[in-house]
Design a protein around this ligand. Structure first.
Ligand code: NDP
Length: 677
């Protein structure tokens, strides 16, 4: 018997007390190892995450967590070859392995970079702007996000043993929530090695990642309202887990990403000979053969204008005929094995329902020529293309989780939108067309049933990441049959691990709680101009008030001639008088902003390195000739950068007239140097 793998729990590797379930080499059928978690105290595992991992993560700022993810991506990148080698035993070709391994590392890197660029320096994430709740401005609201104090139980599918755990880990880690990884049994040996590498790197705080090499046992019985479960796998398991009594009694967050019957739609314009026709055929063949079609995002239903069906089938058959199936270690092989013979048997069962419903136009579900391997011992299957009547229920209900797709005819835009919806919710769909009107109608019609939609045409094809690739920046998940969940989506995925709380209070209190200066809070004016302060010396609330400066007609005319902006509201008295907003000539908004800069800037070289932008600029009251302008500039948010000798400072700018009315409000964004060390 082969070795039973250990779990990484409570700070060490623990061997189970039972023999466990076997895992097999997908190519040779040889047993690789066993998985079991018997004897592991699941309550203590959850507790370790909550008591050790959670506090250690919450101690770190978003930027520090992002740096660790970046370092981890670098560490795993150094061990890629070893992971590829093991990945071949899951039936994956080198291309498939890169999709899984490099894709997963890419998600870590993407979250590291998003964390640095889009998250604040501290540990509190603000959601939206201040909401005014009173006339006098003393009572306001602000939504804040704080990390849950529980664990993220992450249950993975067998088809992406590296990408799956990493795409779940990255947003949880960045949010400050510890992870418990549960791999799928068939490919658990690869996830186990991935976790060994993560642990051995020593980069992540203890307790932030634990690994169960086998079943979750009674873990769900010990979950609380602070924990969450992210699941990828079959719709039936999702249903079973979602209704676990503890999950419903304690409202434990549960997100699922399940199998879906994704579609790809060929536009009526994309006839034989057009670039879009070729793109469609290529994408369909790729989606059938990458990972031997074991992708939750693969195209299962190919909707094609009725008059194009034969042409599409011919072209896809021609391409599929060139796909060499066999041992993925052979460089000529284009499609490897399924994850195991059990999975192959399952696909054959589903294929039975599909062949009863339609007809096979390529491939033989029971036989395939195989290179460098034994077709009986390895989990090989031919790509199988079917066609039939698009109305037949089986095409919209039965998912054969392998290299299987059906080409189905449609006759109108409305009909194809309806057909897309018959999948009852999909992770992704694609529309391959050069016709913007068709793309618009289909996208808007099909969007409520989809988590992601790709519009493919000759303009984006070269750079497109393809139908089947979830992107860390974009949401991955879909309604209904696709599980009803949502993962990744950039910072949205981080927020899923946090609690959104609406905090109500006075400006002063909200400033103290959020770390971002709120208008209405105290301002500090000192003898030292804030532009003369280094990042460490600057405090939120530090303010400079400058002015007044009178705006004259000559100023406006000079500005108009100098810049070329001679818009009638500034230059033509008669036309300006007829303007419903002004009634007379007024100053340019950009002149007001320029005068404000002229007033608040401290010109000598100093710690302010650059002004890199202006946010939320609004002109609130027209400035007339003779108006006197005063600027109040207040440090609003200070964001040091870990890896640079400067940080970002956001300033609240409020330009007022002699009556005290705001004429312009905006945020000024600057880079400010740290003190030389
Ligand atoms: P399952 O739903 O059986 O398994 C998915 C994950 O859930 C595995 O880690 C599995 O562990 C775990 N699991 C199963 N039962 C429980 C339970 N009671 N408590 C806790 N965890 C549990 O899916 P399969 O992997 O068997 O795949 C079946 C089908 O699911 C495929 O044929 C395909 O249709 C679909 N699928 C969808 C994927 C997607 O990405 N959306 C990916 C893969 C498959 P273990 O393996 O140890 O049983």
């Amino acid at each position: 018997m082969t070795d039973v793998l250990s779990s990484y729990v409570r700070g060490g590797w623990q061997r189970p007390s039972a023999e466990g379930r076997p895992m097999f080499d997908a190519v040779t059928g040889e047993e690789i190892g066993r998985l079991a978690t018997d004897g592991i105290d699941m309550a203590a595992v959850a507790d370790h995450g909550r008591r050790t991992g959670g506090p250690a993560l919450r101690e770190l700022s978003f930027h520090q967590r992002a740096s660790l993810l970046k370092a981890l991506a670098g560490h795993l990148r150094e061990h890629r070859d070893e992971l590829y080698e093991l990945s071949a035993r899951t039936g994956a070709t080198l291309g498939d392995s890169k999709f899984d391994v490099d894709g997963g590392i890419g998600v870590l890197a993407a979250y590291a970079s998003k964390g640095k660029r889009e998250l604040p320096a501290g540990t509190v994430l603000l959601d939206g702007d201040i909401e005014p709740l009173s006339k006098g401005g003393t009572f306001l609201g602000q939504h804040v996000l704080t990390p849950l104090h529980g664990v993220a139980v992450q249950i993975n599918a067998y088809n992406f043993p590296c990408w799956g755990p990493l795409e779940k880990l990255a947003p949880a880690f960045l949010a400050g929530v510890p992870t418990i990884i549960k791999p799928a049994t068939p490919t658990g040996f690869l996830t186990a090695r991935l976790v060994e590498l993560i642990v051995a790197s020593g980069l992540l705080p203890e307790g932030s990642v634990q690994f169960l090499a086998g079943s979750t046992g009674d873990l769900f019985d010990h979950l609380t309202e602070q924990d969450l479960v992210s699941f990828t796998g079959s719709a039936s398991t999702a249903r079973q887990l979602r209704t676990h009594p503890v999950l419903s009694a304690r409202a434990v967050r549960f997100t699922a990403e399940a199998d879906s019957l994704n579609c790809s739609i060929l536009g009526p314009d994309a006839t034989v000979g057009t670039p879009e026709f070729d793109l469609y055929v290529k994408a369909l063949t790729t989606e059938m053969t990458v990972k031997a079609g074991q992708k939750c995002t693969a195209i299962r239903r190919a909707f094609v204008p009725a008059q194009q069906v034969d042409a599409v089938i011919d072209a896809v058959r021609e391409r599929l005929g060139r796909v060499i199936v066999g041992n993925p270690s052979n460089p000529d092989v284009r499609m490897g094995a399924l994850a195991g013979t059990e999975q192959r048997d399952e696909v054959r069962r589903s294929l039975k329902s599909l062949t009863d419903a339609g007809r096979v136009v390529f491939g033989d579900p029971d036989h395939v020529a195989v290179v460098d391997a034994d077709p009986e011992r390895g989990a090989f299957l031919s790509p199988v293309l079917l066609t039939g009547d698009a109305d037949t229920a089986a095409f919209h209900e039965v998912e054969a989780f392998g290299p299987v797709s059906s080409v189905l005819p449609y006759t109108s835009t409305d009909q194809v939108i309806e057909l897309a919806a018959r999948g009852q919710g999909s992770l992704v769909g694609s529309i391959v067309t050069g016709d913007p009107e068709f793309a618009r109608e289909v996208v808007l019609g099909a969007a409520p049933w989809h988590g992601r939609l790709l519009v493919l045409d000759q303009a984006d094809a070269k750079e497109s990441t393809g139908h089947g690739s979830p992107m860390p920046q974009l949401v991955h998940g879909g309604p209904g049959r696709a599980g009803g969940g949502e993962e990744m989506g950039g910072i949205r995925g981080v927020a899923h691990h946090m609690q959104r709380t609406a905090v109500q209070g006075s400006p002063e209190m909200l400033t103290a709680i959020t770390g971002r200066w709120v208008r209405g809070s105290a301002r500090t004016t000192t003898d030292v101009h804030p532009f003369r302060k280094h990042l460490e010396e600057l405090r939120i609330g530090d303010t400079v008030v400058a002015g007044p400066r009178t705006v004259s007609q000559e100023d406006v005319e000079h500005f108009a001639e100098f810049t070329g902006d001679t818009f009638y509201a500034h230059m033509d008295a008669e036309a300006a008088a007829a303007n419903p907003f002004f009634g007379e000539r007024v100053a340019h908004g950009y002149l007001v902003v320029s005068f404000a800069a002229g007033l608040f800037v401290d010109p000598a070289p100093g710690p302010v390195l650059a002004n890199f932008g202006v946010d939320n600029l609004r002109f609130l009251t027209p400035v007339k000739f003779g108006d006197e302008l005063t600027i109040t500039l207040t440090a609003k948010q200070i964001t040091p950068r870990d890896t640079a000798d400067y940080g970002e400072v956001r300033w609240d700018a409020d330009v007022t007239n002699a009556a005290g009315d705001s004429v312009a409000r905006y945020d000024v964004l600057t880079l400010v140097a740290k003190q030389a060390s």
